[in-house]
Design a protein around this ligand. Structure first.
Ligand SMILES: C[S@@+](CC[C@H](N)C(=O)[O-])C[C@H]1O[C@@H](n2cnc3c(N)ncnc32)[C@H](O)[C@@H]1O
Length: 230
């Protein structure tokens, strides 16, 4: 590292590493800002046939055209946001990595995107018919996951749908890209937490990359069925 900066005065090197420390402390993307270039060279440019695209497309086709859907942890928007947009949904997106949000804006200049953490998001100050959280919920601490599930229930209309990925077993592992700890609460605990905030699981399934999906909807008041395309 020092060798790479050998032409830079020491004072600047010190400031630069301090800045890096501050930036990493401020990072709300669970390490993804730090690996943004690597991410954009791989998953972040996946075509609409990329892993998970088919499962999300099947889900998107069950929603009415024009339904308002927010993609949490959208990354560059490829492939998940792209699928949602191409299924004629009214898409919003949120991601905490400034570099990935910049790439998203290039890919989808017409789609509203907020660069903020899902834990502190204002969710555009509106309600949604659907929420997608692909590859993000397990990056949060257990208590943050619980709070996010509550917030998702708050922003869904009755009958509104939630699709998210996490492992079916309670598990802790290191994220393949960032090396940071991820944790799944496991299907039984996710179902318990979803039910506690009025979300009912319709089904669980896996995609071609062994990603496990929870497909849920918000019950009542006066709504005991998930929103579907007519
Ligand atoms: C595994 S990637 C998945 C990206 C995208 N959903 C996809 O399918 O390619 C996780 C994404 O979540 C974002 N992220 C991580 N923690 C976040 C947080 N607390 N709030 C918002 N976004 C977050 C990262 O910046 C990254 O874009």
């Amino acid at each position: 590292m020092l060798a790479a900066y050998s032409h830079v005065p020491l004072q600047v090197q010190v400031r630069s590493s301090a800045t890096e420390r501050v930036l990493s402390m401020m990072d709300r993307s669970n390490g993804y800002e730090g690996v943004a270039a690597q991410f954009l060279a791989g998953r972040g440019r996946a075509p609409s046939t990329g892993i998970g695209a088919r499962a999300v497309r099947d889900w998107a086709r069950t929603l009415p055209r024009g339904a308002a859907v927010v993609d949490l942890g959208c990354g560059s928007g490829l492939p998940i946001t792209k699928v949602l947009v191409s299924e004629d949904l009214n898409v919003y997106a949120i991601d905490a990595s400034p570099s990935l949000v910049e790439a998203f804006r290039c890919n989808f200049p017409e789609t509203p995107v907020a660069c903020e953490s899902v834990e502190h998001s204002l969710f555009f100050g509106r309600m949604f018919d659907g929420v997608v959280a692909w590859g993000v919920i397990f990056l949060l601490l257990p208590e943050e996951q619980r709070r996010l599930i509550q917030r998702i229930a708050d922003i869904l209309v009755p009958g509104g749908r939630l699709l998210f990925t996490s492992c079916p077993e309670p598990l802790v592992w290191n994220d393949a890209m960032t090396g940071l700890e991820s944790r799944s609460l496991g299907a039984a605990e996710y179902r318990r937490q979803l039910s506690a905030v009025g979300l009912s699981v319709i089904s669980e399934y896996e995609d071609e990359g062994q990603n496990h999906y929870f497909d849920a909807f918000k019950t009542g008041p006066g709504e005991s069925r998930p929103m579907t395309r007519a």
